[in-house]
Design a protein around this ligand. Structure first.
Ligand code: ADP
Ligand code: MG
Length: 386
């Protein structure tokens, strides 16, 4: 119980907010379970015109989302958008709404970035808009994008000094950026999974580029399940996004009993976790994002839906899918295979270890991070050998 007492005390001393504290700005999103706005604080509206906070007004699921954000805040703060506060706002509506407040992380989600033809070169460029073609200022762009993607614990200097002499070009450079994005997404996801949280709605729209840390973070814990304490254990009416969902309908076997009360569940759930490997649901979604980053033609909703249909027809066997499409592939589609085939096909190997029918056969986030695809020294050694 210490954890809960600590959390309570910490929350007591944190800045709290009320309804009247906020000045609503631009609407950022609207789903079935809430509306999201960019907001500023009423007491210093001039501090930043557009507002440096984000407010979600959520329906009944907001209570779970507050719980998840409080947990993430303590257990793996850098994985997700910086959560400030959540409360029940009951003055305006009969049943009340849950209000959740985050720091405004930045204007671009991975979905926004992938919509641009310049992806992945647009990642981390100021406002993600003005684009410098890589062949014009390769050195400058390299610095810019390595800055943007420098990893936690790595200083900008080591990133730049380490990279500048050995400038990769073209598809290899593109692969390098995609590799870094994948590493950051998997790192954040591993943090969530290690905390016992399965996200269940991993998609480019729920991955945001944080301009502060210049890394990608996960957002939207509205569908998440905390299996260690049995919160939101079985999704009831919740509809998973079919575009990124793994084929299994339930992340936990329907045979397992419904969530026991908190203390019991804490003791039980590691066993249930091992039995069901619910985290592999998220891994499938990350695999599809990897696929979309590698294949420009699969980035639109329609083409992803079509891909899902094709893959299902191939019994979820990516190698079989490849055999059907590669012979008549467009140059854009072929480009994806070229990228994934670099360094002895190590990218393709990682992809096929994530997008698999059986959850048990998919890599965990931690195992994926240890995959040779992310091992630069290994890659160098490979290219010397060839
Ligand atoms: P939902 O998908 O339930 O509407 P999200 O939490 O995904 O709610 O937020 C909707 C959109 O708002 C996101 O796709 C993103 O564009 C934006 N957004 C959410 N949180 C932040 C944040 N902390 N900083 C900047 N933008 C955010
Ligand atoms: Mg969302």
């Amino acid at each position: 119980f210490d954890m809960f007492v600590l959390a309570f005390v910490e929350r007591l001393f944190r800045t709290t907010y009320r309804k009247d504290d906020f000045v609503l700005g631009k609407k950022l999103g609207e789903g079935a379970f809430g509306v999201v706005y960019r907001v500023s604080l009423a007491k210093n509206p001039s501090s930043k015109k557009e507002g440096d906070l984000v407010l979600k007004k959520a329906t009944e699921y907001g209570a779970v989302e507050i719980w998840m954000n409080e947990r993430v805040r303590r257990a793996c703060a850098n994985c997700c958008a910086d959560f400030l506060y959540g409360f029940l706002e009951s003055s305006s509506k009969k049943d009340g709404e849950y209000w959740l407040v985050w720091k405004y992380e930045g204007e671009a989600t991975l979905a926004d970035l992938m919509l641009s033809r310049e992806f992945p070169y647009n990642v981390g460029t100021s406002s993600h808009q003005p684009f410098i073609k890589p062949f014009m200022f390769p050195k400058m762009l390299l610095q810019h994008s390595e800055l943007a993607l420098s990893l936690p614990g790595q200083t900008v200097e080591t990133m730049i000094l380490g990279e500048v002499q050995n400038l990769p070009k073209g598809i290899e450079r593109e692969n390098r950026i995609i590799q870094t994005i994948m590493r950051q997404v998997l790192f954040a996801l591993d943090g969530l999974h290690s905390t016992g949280i399965v996200h269940r709605d991993i998609k480019p729209q729920n991955i945001i580029f944080s301009e502060g840390s210049r890394t990608f973070k996960i957002i939207d814990l509205g569908a998440a399940a905390d299996l260690r304490v049995g919160i939101n254990y079985i999704p009831k009416e919740f509809l998973l996004d079919p575009r990124y969902a793994a084929p299994e309908q339930y992340i936990m076997s329907t045979q397992t009993p419904s969530a026991p009360s908190a203390p019991v569940a804490t003791a039980l759930s590691p066993v249930l976790w091992q039995l069901n490997l619910p985290d592999r649901f998220d891994i499938y979604s990350v695999g599809l994002i990897f696929l979309q980053m590698a294949f420009p033609t699969l980035r639109t909703d329609n083409s992803l839906v079509q891909f899902n249909r094709q893959l299902k027809r191939c019994d979820y066997n990516l190698n079989a899918w490849r055999k059907t499409v590669e012979p008549r592939a467009s140059p854009d589609l072929r480009k994806g295979f070229v990228l994934l085939d670099l360094d002895g096909g190590i990218g393709w190997e990682l992809l096929t270890s994530m997008v698999r029918y059986k959850a048990r056969q998919r890599l965990s986030a931690k195992a994926a991070l240890a995959h040779p695809y992310f091992d630069r020294e290994g890659l160098l050694a490979l290219s010397i050998m060839q």
